[in-house]
Design a protein around this ligand. Structure first.
Ligand SMILES: [Fe+2]
Length: 335
């Protein structure tokens, strides 16, 4: 039976997200050396075994974040599952393809889903610290594949990737006896990775403000006040085609808008983008209420009741990540 403290561990405040400064092999490469990497939910994809993870429980997806001061880059890499970026603070330029030549600028509230088997990187092109959330499909994401030149640059700055040890700084400690280095990808293999035109990538981007709220959806019956749902990634009536094992919604409400209590068979993670949201929950004989402010996250266990309400004086936006391509119809319940 889960206790109240058990459920409290599923609430992660923005201030409790712990950055790792050497999560990946490009941690010493000038231009990428000041980035913060956060693993918030799931086993993670970090290459550093000491990375802190807030919620280790597998969710069917991994949620992390990247924090970057102005002009700091996240190097070109690829994943085996879809990777979503949700721009939370700041302005980022994303670039993709082995040469990283195709690029577009993403602003706060924009969301992109980058396909597998395609190199991507991103730079904070704004004047303030930038922060974006990431969703990677699957529990075991298969890790990160770096573009060959990223590996080479890392080695020039003392970092190697070892099979059993992760990222290793050979300037600090000699490589352990018998340790095997992970080999960089060959140039010929990298050249076979996919590329997309700017127009093709734009179809995988939700631009904040390009609203197309769902008119008919199961939560409509429990709606109160002014609230809307946009399906950003999913199977039907969606901005970006999903199929990666999760659905991404955004609720947008005026203060006083929300949904009455419901439960669902899937795990659901709320991430507060803007405003303040009250989330009442119940399950396993317990109930309680959490207040989510910008950047806070709460993972609701499956079959727990939850109701949400935008409170305070400002409009609110709340992401919902649900661990199925096509979640079932929610069930109305009492808290
Ligand atoms: Fe990534």
């Amino acid at each position: 039976m889960k206790t109240h403290s058990g459920i409290k561990k599923r609430l992660v405040r923005r201030s409790e997200m712990m950055p790792c400064k050497s999560a990946f092999i490009d941690a010493h490469t000038p231009g990428s050396h000041l980035k913060d990497n956060f693993s918030i939910i799931g086993p993670g994809v970090t290459e550093n075994k000491e990375q802190f993870i807030n919620i280790r429980e597998p969710h069917g997806f991994n949620i992390g974040a990247a924090g970057q001061p102005p002009h700091i880059k996240n190097s070109l890499h690829s994943h085996f599952t879809a990777e979503v970026f949700m721009i939370h603070e700041g302005t980022f330029e994303i670039y993709w393809g082995l040469d990283g030549k195709n690029r577009t600028t993403l602003f706060e509230g924009d969301v992109v889903s980058i396909p597998t088997h395609c190199f991507r990187g991103f730079e904070n092109v704004g004047e303030k610290y930038g922060f974006l959330f990431t969703i990677l499909g699957g529990d075991d994401t298969g890790g990160v594949e770096w573009a060959p030149k990223v590996f080479k640059a890392a080695e020039d700055h003392g970092l190697v990737l070892l099979e059993d040890y992760g990222v290793w700084d050979k300037n600090k400690k000699p490589i352990p006896k018998g340790a095997k280095s992970v080999s960089p990808m060959s140039n010929s293999k990298a050249a076979n990775y996919d590329n997309y035109s700017i127009e093709e990538m734009e179809k995988r981007i939700y631009r904040s403000g390009s609203k197309n709220p769902l008119t008919i959806h199961p939560l409509k019956l429990g709606e109160f006040g002014s609230i809307q749902i946009n399906r950003l990634i999913g199977s039907e009536e969606t901005k970006i085609q999903g199929g990666d094992g999760f659905e991404l919604l955004i609720f947008e409400a005026e203060p006083g808008g929300g949904y009455k209590s419901f439960k669902r068979p899937e795990k659901e993670v709320f991430i507060c983008y803007r405003g303040s949201w009250k989330v009442d929950w119940s399950g396993d004989g317990q109930k309680g209420s959490f207040l989510l402010n910008s950047g806070d996250l709460f993972s609701v266990p499956n079959y727990y009741g939850r109701s949400i309400e935008c409170i305070g004086k400002k409009e609110g936006s709340l992401y919902s990540v649900i661990n199925k391509n096509s979640p079932k119809i929610p069930i109305w319940t009492n808290l």
